[in-house]
Write a protein that binds this ligand. Structure first.
Ligand SMILES: [Zn+2]
Length: 303
């Protein structure tokens, strides 16, 4: 919001309070908490952890550039008019390319433009596959909104940083992760042999394989500083996503998600699969954010 130049700290505080969001300590937002929040260096990938400033060891979600833009606007207090043209262009940009999947068959939806609007379309039948929702489509801007809402509603528990430290120090967790990885490699070999012997058809084999690989990918022993960095970014991403450029939005969404699952019948997101390194932090956020975890580290957004 701030980067658009159309808001002051006070109007942002009012807006946040109206939407019922509390600060991490459960208080109302003031002009000053907004100021602190926008100037905090955590948001573009630097983390104060054990009193040191750690440079982001991965691609920061909120780029230095977006962070600086917020700062620049603060300095100038410039008012940049919203361009109608830019808005129309944004609607056609496929920010979730290769990420949005059909919840019925789990295949990715394809991008298509119809009368100037971008859509994600179920194309199973065109590809000689079967799905009850084949040919169904959802507008891109509607889909973007659903995913941004998901990010805005991420809630981490108050003591999530301690939870992460505990998780890393727990050798049982580490051993379980390593054992499950070995089991999965075994299951993959068995499924491959069964397919070669004709016990599985191609679709069943594909699905089984995808599920196992997806679970294996997410079985990572968490790295403490990194997980904490991820958490800090995840905590604040909802506040930045609206003001990010299309390019930044695209990057943010592709860093965070392997897949989001759209249900054409219910017209909503029913699940998502975070990128492997975000699994521990999404798992901590799940209870308060209203998600439940299912097999293969896919999170269900509605139970
Ligand atoms: Zn489908």
């Amino acid at each position: 919001m701030y980067a658009s130049g159309n808001y002051t700290d006070q109007t942002i505080a009012d807006f946040i309070n109206q939407s019922g969001i509390k600060t991490r300590k459960g208080n109302k937002w003031s002009k000053d908490t907004v100021t602190d929040f926008l100037q905090n260096e955590f948001f573009y990938g630097k983390v104060a952890y054990r009193d040191q400033l750690w440079p982001g060891r991965h691609q920061a979600i909120i780029t230095k550039e977006l962070f600086d833009r917020v700062k620049e606007v603060r300095a100038k207090h410039a008012v940049r008019p919203r361009s109608h043209l830019a808005f129309n262009k944004l609607r056609r940009v496929s920010l979730l390319r290769r990420i949005v999947c059909c919840s019925q068959c789990e295949r990715p939806l394809r991008v298509q433009s119809v009368k100037g609007y971008g859509y994600y379309i179920e194309t199973s039948l065109y590809r000689g596959k079967d799905c009850v929702d084949s040919h169904a489509r959802v507008r891109m801007d509607v889909m973007n909104r659903l995913v941004f809402d998901l990010l805005r509603n991420v809630q981490l528990p108050e003591a999530w940083q301690k939870d992460i430290e505990r998780m890393i120090q727990d050798m049982d967790v580490v051993r379980k992760i390593e054992n499950r990885r070995l089991e999965i490699e075994d299951e993959l070999r068995r499924a491959g042999r069964a397919f070669a012997d004709g016990a599985f058809n191609e679709d069943d084999y594909d699905r089984r394989r995808r599920k196992l690989i997806s679970e294996k990918d997410s079985l990572v022993v968490p790295d403490g500083a990194r997980a904490i960095e991820m958490g800090m970014q995840l905590e604040t991403i909802g506040d930045f996503i609206d003001e990010a450029t299309d390019d930044e939005k695209y990057k943010i969404l592709h860093i965070l998600f392997d897949a989001v699952y759209y249900d054409f019948g219910q017209k909503r997101l029913v699940g998502f699969k975070p990128h492997a390194e975000f699994v521990p932090i999404f798992r901590l956020a799940a209870p308060l954010s209203g998600w439940s975890e299912k097999e293969g580290f896919i999170f269900r957004t509605f139970v």
